[in-house]
Design a protein around this ligand. Sequence first.
Ligand code: GRF
Length: 266
Amino acid sequence: MEQAIRIGALISGGGTNLQAIIDACEAGKIDGRVVFVGSDKDGVKGLERARKHGIPTFVVDYGEIIRRYRRDPRSMETPEDFDLDECLARQNLFPPTSDPEKVKAFFVTRAVAEKALLEKIAPFGIDLLVLAGFMRNLTPYFIDRFNTDPDNPRIMNIHPALLPSFPGVDGYGDTWRYGCKVGGCTVHFIDYGEDSGPIIGQRAFVIEEGDCLDTVKQKGLQQEWRLYPECIQLFARKRLKTVKLTHTLDDGRIYQRTVVKVLEEG
Ligand code: GRF
């Protein structure tokens, strides 16, 4: 086996994807191991799963930070290296028409939480950070400090829909309610937007007449548990490369997008 990569995971809940990743590492299907599991809230089942495998855990309580800001915004000290304007210039989470106070509250509280995350993560010296049901958007403050080489992103996420359809918090619900005949899941690298980064892998499933939201979720999760470890293994084997493609459309407009190329083994 080539040198095993060190994987960190962030979760918010049940952690079935985390379990699939840990199991794949233990079974030798991923050349790597999970060296920590962090959560944005305490008491979630995913943390228990980690402990059962002897994996160190930590919590950065986002909810507490957000409540503290609401009580007294001025008392919240932002990290020394946080620059709100720089974050606003890079972010792609809020449209320009958004309420500036809400946007400010978001980035200030996230910077405080993300600084704590960075401090907890640093000692583990990881190669890859996987978001496995982590229900918080990371901001440019965190992303730029973790992804120090912009050509080699190293934060992955799994999303419960065939992106770019149905970004946001309820991919399977949105797919189901829309009346789609096919659903799916997507693993992608994180960029400054919500579920908008370069796509690494996707899997689809058929939605049949007899399906309900629960069966759609079950079908989707079954696919997720296979797809995520496969994508992580591609990363571990150094088979993922991001390239910036430029296309000229028929009407002369230029379309640019960073995409993932999957390289041949070896
Ligand atoms: C999954 O559907 C994942 O795609 C989404 O959140 C859910 C997490 O499930 N981001 P689990 O915590 O891995 O069981």
